[in-house]
Design a protein around this ligand. Structure first.
Ligand code: GDP
Ligand code: MG
Length: 647
């Protein structure tokens, strides 16, 4: 397939507007996958993607299609397909816009899918601009026209007024009933330009993505920009200077299908004996060793918006967690990882994520795909502090900000974002109130049609990673949509808030907050924490403090021995949070309580059913494992998440 017969395109849309379903239909139409293969959303391969119904990783599939364009007699069914199409599915959620822009770098065009009933939403706007700035040809697709509330004309008017897209160019489809789908591939072929590379120039290819496969080693997804790549070729990396031999090369059809060669304009995979995905730098240029080429533009490095500590739930699992993180970051290179240690939690890692959902997904994948059991600390955004000696540091871990560093903090800055919010006009009032509570500054307020308003706000990042979207959804009956892009650092008035258990600061719970909110946040934090740790066998004082000043205090109740084992102790979400060296509980808690617990478990059985008894004992063993350390406070993992929601 010469470049003129290749089209590389992607599908972009607001979440749930139907891009994965549409991708499935296109794969079926081209017989790339069988119709009714029983596995909806073929490209959403990860378990988290299936569970949450979201696309996290962009996936690529090659399709072959027969088109009459320029070849009038290609209607002969004997003829083989005459076009090669690469479809690159992209994630829709804000946190993954990094994946979106990466996918777009390999494309010349995009299908902009909009739900015919919901119309243009916040991520439609964000994704449109990503595609527009990459100079892609955009084909508007108004999907879900089968719905009773579909109003394609209104959507056409929105596309015109917001993006200046010609309403006549819009395709009307239903990925559910199949209506209108036959227009899509001809439009892709006729309206999207072929890839611009040169066949006779030396090889240059862009490394799009990489992941680790147990059998083949590192598998790289690449877009061949110029020249051709063959099995056996010697290639080199611009980023690392390393040389490799191409052991296998092929296309995703949609499973890895060896072809022995990739030509100019094609997207495919390469296996080249790379050992770790650290060698496979996303955005890198690969070329034939010994040839001389100019590197491709590459990608902007990922910007980490949220940092949190990751620790093994059981201290001895450090190496296992280390291994799991290494493997997973191979598949998700947008996570940054550095080692750190905490007095409360021991050895662990400080990880940087693109957003909270990204963080959640990373945790979930660690647990599901690698069986890791983890504790993550309260997430924080990266702040900048300046000291009286003129030094400036970026703070990724609040605990690292010493309460008494011997030098004065002279200024601090926090990251801000520009948020786009689209809402039905009647919700404008509550949204303005919410944004000003979150320290927002209004930048734009306009109407995209007579029913919907578009607002732009500058907001501190810290205020939106904290439950902002849920709040926004709830005050607008679920109608608001929201997206954001990161913006510059803004001067702020910040303080470090410590949480103390029995007088000892718990480094893993320190946060940085705005001075004006510190009092209230401190109060709410200790109240929340009390709810999470009030069923223990010893009394604990919980305090919030700024420097040496305690601003809130609570004491836990002693657990009534009659209800000694709350069921929740045995549930998986309870994780023993050890305070090893930091806390001494004296005699109020001793190993003998373990046997007391055992008695209690069996007491609930009324001496009856044996299998039930066995099950309970097994469950208890499991529970004991998680809180086996004497002198430990049990804090469920979810407490860290709940704490974050206080803002
Ligand atoms: P994505 O988040 O953009 O990938 O959206 P999905 O493809 O996951 O679709 C979201 C939901 O919309 C799913 O429940 C689909 O079954 C449904 N859906 C997709 N296309 C259509 C359509 O044309 N009509 C209707 N009625 N539902 C659709
Ligand atoms: Mg999807």
């Amino acid at each position: 397939y010469p470049p003129e017969r290749i089209r590389n395109f992607s599908i972009i849309a607001h979440v749930d507007h139907g891009k994965s379903t549409l991708a499935d239909r296109l794969l079926e139409l081209t017989a790339t996958i069988k119709r009714g293969h029983g596995q909806p959303q073929y490209l959403d391969k990860l378990q988290v993607e299936r569970e949450r119904g979201i696309t996290v990783k962009a996936q690529t599939a090659t399709m072959f299609h027969k088109h009459k364009f320029g070849f009038p007699d290609a209607s002969n069914i004997q003829d083989p397909p005459n076009f090669l199409l690469n479809l690159i599915d992209t994630p829709g959620h804000v946190d993954f816009s990094y994946e979106v822009s990466r996918s777009l770098a390999a494309c010349q065009g995009a299908l902009l899918v909009v739900d015919a009933a919901q119309g243009v939403q916040a991520q439609t706007v964000a994704n449109f601009y990503l595609a527009f700035e990459s100079n892609l040809s955009i084909i508007p697709v108004i999907n879900k026209i089968d719905q009773p509330t579909a109003d394609p004309d209104r959507v056409k008017a929105q596309l015109k007024s917001l993006f200046d897209l010609d309403p006549n160019d819009a395709l009307l489809t239903s990925a559910k009933t199949g209506q209108g789908l036959e227009q899509i591939l001809p439009a892709v072929i006729e309206r999207i330009p072929s890839p611009p590379g040169k066949c006779d120039s030396p090889l240059r290819m862009l490394l799009l993505d990489s992941y680790y496969d147990e059998y083949k080693g590192v598998i790289c997804h690449v877009a061949v920009v110029d020249g051709a790549l063959r099995k056996g070729d010697k290639i080199a990396s611009v980023a690392t200077g390393q040389n490799y031999e191409v052991l296998d090369v092929g296309i995703m059809h949609p499973e890895l299908t060896p072809t022995g060669v990739l030509f100019t304009g094609q997207v495919g995979y390469v296996v080249s004996g790379m050992r770790t995905t650290k060698e496979a730098r996303v955005g890198d240029t690969l070329y034939h060793a010994k040839s001389i080429v100019l590197p491709l533009p590459g990608f902007k490095p990922a910007k980490h918006m949220v940092f949190s500590g990751l620790y093994p739930a059981d201290g001895s699992d450090f190496d296992a967690l280390n291994h799991a993180i290494e493997r997973l970051t191979c598949n998700d290179a947008s996570v940054s990882v550095t080692k750190e240690s905490s007095t409360a939690l021991g050895m662990g890692f400080r990880c940087g994520f693109l957003g909270l959902l990204h963080m959640d997904v990373f945790h979930q994948r660690l647990e599901q795909e690698y069986g890791a059991r983890i504790i993550s600390t309260i997430p924080t955004v990266p702040y900048i502090f300046e000291y009286s000696d003129g030094s400036k540091i970026q703070v990724q871990n609040p605990a690292s900000l010493a309460s008494n560093p011997g030098k004065r903090v002279t200024a601090c800055w926090e990251p801000s974002v520009i948020a786009t919010i689209i809402i039905p006009s009647e919700y404008v009032g509550p949204v303005i109130t919410l944004c000003s509570e979150r320290r927002g500054e209004q930048l734009e307020y306009s109407f995209i049609d007579n029913q919907r308003a578009l607002m732009k706000y500058r907001l501190p990042l810290r205020e939106i990673i904290v439950d902002f979207y849920n709040e926004l959804k709830s005050i607008t009956s679920g109608y608001a949509t929201f997206d954001y892009e990161d913006s510059e650092y803004q001067k702020s008035d910040l303080v470090k808030l410590d949480i103390l258990l029995n007088g000892q600061p718990v480094d893993a719970m320190a946060t940085i907050v705005h001075n004006l909110k510190a009092q209230r946040i401190g109060r709410e934090l200790v109240e929340k924490l009390k709810k999470f740790i009030d069923r223990q066998m010893f009394e604990i004082t919980i305090q919030a403090a700024i420097g040496s000043k305690v601003i809130a205090r609570e004491t836990t109740f002693l657990l009534n021995p009659k209800h000694w084992i709350p069921d929740s102790v045995f549930h998986n979400d309870w994780i023993s949070f050890s305070l090893r060296q930091t806390l001494h509980f004296g005699s109020s808690f001793s190993p003998c309580s373990i046997s007391a617990m055992r008695k209690n478990v069996l007491a609930k059985c009324y001496g009856g059913d044996v299998t039930r008894k066995k099950k309970l004992l097994e469950k208890q063993k499991e529970g004991k494992k998680r809180m086996k350390r004497v002198g430990s406070v049990d804090i469920p993992q979810e407490a860290f998440h709940e704490l974050l929601k206080v803002s």
